[in-house]
Design a protein around this ligand. Structure first.
Ligand SMILES: [Zn+2]
Length: 167
């Protein structure tokens, strides 16, 4: 039977660059799945389609280091808030120890994550995700805009001077 890439294509095809990037960063199939929102079997399918060899389990575990057991401890901790937290300045952080751009505690900005899923790749350090309505906790994709650098971001805020856009 001939394979069609159209409507019968597997979920997550547009996420392939992100999947490949995360996997090559040493993330396990499960971690890549958690970040992309795909089942680990689907992640494995896309890696095979891209010609990326599946790492032996042991190597993936080693690549993940101690973070796996750390995360389990975190989930059992009474302070665990479902992996989502508000920063004092209004941004939402997501606990995602497998992501390559976390802070020391394993958190990433939710608005950057939403944009990464939308564009299907990791954002560079220079790229900025702007909140159109000024609400830093409103991470619906339609409220987010990807800008190439801080200069573009500043320009965007300049245009909004005097509006309700808070900063
Ligand atoms: Zn902004």
């Amino acid at each position: 039977m001939a394979e069609s890439i159209g409507s019968t294509g597997r979920r997550g095809t547009t996420l392939r660059p992100l999947i490949a990037g995360l996997y090559e960063d040493g993330k396990s199939l499960s971690e890549v799945g958690a970040i992309t929102g795909l089942h680990r079997g689907t992640v494995r399918y896309h890696l095979r389609q891209m010609g990326l060899e599946r790492r032996p389990q042991l190597e993936a575990l080693r690549a993940a280091g101690g973070r796996i057991s750390q995360r389990l401890r975190g989930r059992r901790s009474p302070n665990y808030k479902g992996g989502r937290t508000h920063q004092s300045d209004g941004y939402i952080l997501v606990h995602m120890p497998g992501h390559p751009r976390t802070d020391k505690s394993g958190y990433v900005f939710e608005h950057r994550l939403v944009m990464e899923k939308a564009v299907g790749r990791l954002l560079s350090q220079h790229e900025v995700v702007h909140h159109r309505n000024g609400s830093k906790g409103d991470n619906r994709l339609e409220n987010l805009e990807l800008l190439a650098n801080h200069g573009e971001h500043l320009a965007r805020h300049g245009h909004l001077k005097g509006s309700h856009h808070g900063n």
